[in-house]
Design a protein around this ligand. Structure first.
Ligand code: RB5
Length: 150
């Protein structure tokens, strides 16, 4: 699987651990950041989200302090379904039911080993379709409609 991986400074140590521990099993594109100097997370969220929305990556992983800012930013890109997930049950359900294609993590919140378990489940799980596809179609329609003028 092709994975686009990114973080800001707060997520950099966890991103490095993820690259180290899952890099051998997948084709990883690490889009930065590459150190702990302060950077702006939306820049990295956009890079990963565009890699996924364009099909250059099958899935994306983003790490910031909480995972929240990365999810908010990544979800602005059409076709991206991003969420912060910090447990294995939700990681599986998020892919099987919601077809999550960008996982976000909080490097200041979750421990490395739990984060790696979440990442592994996220990468193993597959969307189950059926009734869940109908619901994703409704979300896509919301995305296509945008905000009506006030
Ligand atoms: C950076 O200090 C922090 O705000 C950022 O990593 C992230 O947690 C935002 O959601």
């Amino acid at each position: 699987m092709k994975i686009a991986l990114g973080s800001d400074h707060a997520g950099f140590p966890l991103k490095a651990a993820i690259a180290d521990r899952i890099g051998g099993d997948h084709e990883l594109a690490d889009i930065g950041t590459f150190g702990e100097a302060s950077v702006d997370y939306p820049v990295f969220a956009e890079r990963v989200a565009r890699a996924v929305s364009s099909g250059r990556a099958d899935r994306g992983i983003l790490v910031c302090g909480t995972g929240i800012g990365m999810a908010i930013a990544a979800n602005k890109i059409v076709g991206v379904r991003a969420s912060v997930v910090h447990d294995a049950y939700s990681a599986r359900a998020a892919v099987e039911h919601n077809d999550l294609n960008v996982l976000t993590l909080g490097g200041r919140v979750i421990g490395v080993e739990l984060a790696l378990s979440v990442v592994r489940v996220f990468l193993e799980a597959r969307f189950t379709g059926g009734r869940h596809q109908r619901r994703l179609d409704l979300i896509a329609a919301l995305e296509a409609a945008g905000e009506p003028p006030q």
